[in-house]
Ligand binder design. Structure first.
Ligand SMILES: Nc1ncnc2c1ncn2[C@@H]1O[C@H](COP(=O)(O)OP(=O)(O)OP(=O)(O)O)[C@@H](O)[C@H]1O
Ligand SMILES: [Mg+2]
Length: 365
């Protein structure tokens, strides 16, 4: 899966950018505020229909413009080329197109261009709420298991109904039993999908980690959202009174998490900033490896400001992993030399270099 062509119009300070990226390594450099992150943001928009910086669309649209457009030609792993386009207007209008056909929502885009983002927010995998880690787990499950997304959507709906029922003064036991039955079935399905993916993930992660950080005692464990020794139906009935009192369902797959510890302590509280950066990079890289192993497809990596907080040696290691994966990568940084030097040892790779100046992008040979 590679992006062969990228056209961006009116996104932040980029008014018209037309890139033909390398199918391997693309290095994007330029001064602060020149527009580097915005290029990655455009790719993310194409992949998921949203930015990694904001959930709002207005800040993305260039000042004084009415709408933004991003178009990409994706070379799929089966050899076919797929045009994908997205546009967003100030009035809230959104349009998503695949192969020239309008698709209903951003979720319909998500399977075409799997991307992994490594940026300063990646730290949230350690420091952030369980939601961040759940999304991390579910990225893999979504791409690996086609039945996951319908089950995930169904469970959101089911929880919404059950929670609104819990808030009523009088709860019809028959109605509650109906939602509980559906919830139990869906919870088991989702848990099963996640367990299978996480087992594969853990194996790869442990191997990668040994190479990257030499710290003993790092462990990763998947928490399903309720006590693993208990059956979900029993958990649900046992927590009914509390659920009713507080008006929502406390336990279940909506509470799943990934616990990342060092000798039993929270990794975010033990590791140095640099070590944390390496750990989250390892998580992201491991996900790409497992994705490729399970699907035969490759995910694109967007790495924003690679040099920040990593020393030269560890930058080299990260580059080595990206290289070994053989995926397409887009890496930004302020200085071209710092970006390019890590790739010099990979003789057969000639990165494409792009220079960004005040929203204009030129390819540099
Ligand atoms: N809606 C908008 N319209 C026009 N310009 C915008 C808009 N939103 C942000 N900008 C500007 O776009 C520029 C590009 O920002 P971007 O974050 O892509 O820069 P960058 O090259 O990644 O910088 P840094 O090295 O500091 O991370 C910034 O100067 C920012 O002020
Ligand atoms: Mg930036």
């Amino acid at each position: 899966m590679t992006l062969k062509r990228l056209l961006i119009q009116n996104l932040r300070n980029l008014d018209r950018v037309d890139l033909t990226p390398s199918d391997r390594v693309n290095l994007i450099y330029g001064e602060n505020g020149s527009g580097k992150t915005s290029i990655l943001e455009a790719i993310n928009l194409l992949a998921l229909g949203r930015s990694f910086r904001t959930h709002k669309h207005k800040p993305l649209i260039k000042h004084q413009q009415q709408s933004l457009t991003v178009f990409g030609r994706v070379h799929a792993d089966d050899g076919s080329d797929i045009p994908i386009g997205i546009s967003r207007g100030l009035d809230g209008d959104a349009s998503f197109k695949v192969n020239g056909v309008v698709v209903a929502s951003a979720a319909d885009l998500a399977g075409y261009l799997p991307v992994q983002v490594i940026n300063s927010d990646t730290f949230l995998l350690l420091e952030g709420s369980p939601k961040v880690r759940r999304q991390f787990i579910d990225w893999l499950v979504f791409h690996v298991e086609p039945n996951f997304f319908p089950a995930w959507k169904a469970i959101q709906r089911c929880l919404k109904h059950r929670n609104s029922l819990l808030r009523r003064d009088r709860i019809d036991p028959f109605e509650l039993a109906t939602w509980d039955k559906e919830l139990i079935g869906l919870t088991d399905t989702i848990h099963e999908f996640r367990t299978q993916c996480m087992a594969q993930f853990q194996e790869t992660f442990v191997e990668l980690l040994k190479e990257l950080i030499n710290i003993d005692g790092i462990a990763l464990s998947y928490y399903r959202g309720w006590d693993k020794d208990k059956n979900y139906a029993d958990v649900l009935s046992a927590s009914f009174e509390r659920d009713k009192r507080q008006g929502f369902t406390h336990l279940g797959s909506q509470r799943a998490d990934l616990k990342i510890t060092v000798n039993g302590l929270d990794a975010a509280e033990v590791l140095s900033r640099g070590q944390q950066k390496l750990l989250v990079c390892a998580l992201k890289i491991a996900q790409g490896y497992v994705f490729t192993r399970l699907t035969g497809r490759k995910s694109i990596y967007l790495v924003d400001d690679l040099p920040a907080e990593l020393d030269e040696n560890h930058r080299g290691l990260l580059v080595h992993w990206l290289y070994t994966m053989g995926t397409q990568v887009f890496i930004t940084g302020v200085e071209s030399e710092t970006l390019a030097s890590s790739w010099r040892k990979k003789a057969e790779i000639t990165p494409k270099m792009f220079h960004v100046e005040q929203g204009r992008v030129t390819e540099v040979s």
